[in-house]
Design a binder for this molecule. Structure first.
Ligand SMILES: [Zn+2]
Length: 206
């Protein structure tokens, strides 16, 4: 009975962990570190469950990356055509379907991609928008924090963006000078736009 209860508890932990990974992709970066012989974590539990489910038996799901888990990983990597390192890195994780959608991942992206982009700042004033001062953005939103001008050939209009040092926004505007690898970040005041200046930042496009 005790064993059964333990198995149930581990199962619940694994389910919770999977749920967390799905719900909050930004918070699981720690779980994305490589797993290898000797690793002990909830991520190992998820790995073991996945391997067992796919017929690569790594023994009881105990969260400890030991000999059986190692053997199962190697066997899985061989059959999946992945270099047989015995270590679970991005390739193996992706093949197993354990990949989280982390925004800063460059090799593995499911939907989101990250670019290095030159970003300037503007506001709704006539100086920044001559001769369109006070008019709404290209997509009709009132200008303010979170409105970002883009080159639609690089970033599709309407995309949700996350800009390092600025925060979240939407690709909702365009500008004559915003061509290619450039964006313009809208601020609520001219002074804030001046304070931002111009810098190269990482931009995640969702
Ligand atoms: Zn301005």
């Amino acid at each position: 009975m005790l064993f059964k209860r333990l198995v149930t508890q581990i199962f619940i932990v694994a389910i919770l962990f999977t749920g967390i990974m799905v719900l909050n992709t930004n918070e699981v970066l720690a779980a994305d570190s490589n797993l290898s012989w000797g690793s002990r974590s909830d991520a190992v539990i998820t790995l073991q469950k996945s391997l067992n489910n796919q017929g690569y038996w790594c023994g009881n799901v105990d969260g400890i990356f030991g000999a059986k888990t190692y053997a199962a990983v190697v066997k899985y990597q061989k059959s999946a055509g992945i270099p047989t390192t015995g270590t679970v890195g991005p390739l193996t994780r992706q093949a197993l379907g354990l990949t989280s959608n982390s925004p800063d991942s460059t090799t593995v992206s499911r939907g989101a991609r990250t670019l290095s982009i030159v970003a300037s700042g503007y506001c709704s004033c006539n100086k920044c928008n001559y001769p369109y001062g006070g008019q709404p953005s290209y997509l009709g939103y009132p200008l303010g924090k979170g409105i970002i001008a883009v080159d639609p050939r690089v970033i599709p209009m309407g995309s949700k963006l996350y800009v390092e040092g600025y925060g979240s926004g939407i690709a909702a505007d365009q500008g004559n000078a915003i061509k290619g690898n450039r964006i313009d970040l809208c601020f609520s005041s001219h002074q804030e736009a001046l304070n931002w200046g111009i810098k190269t930042v990482k931009v995640t496009i969702y």
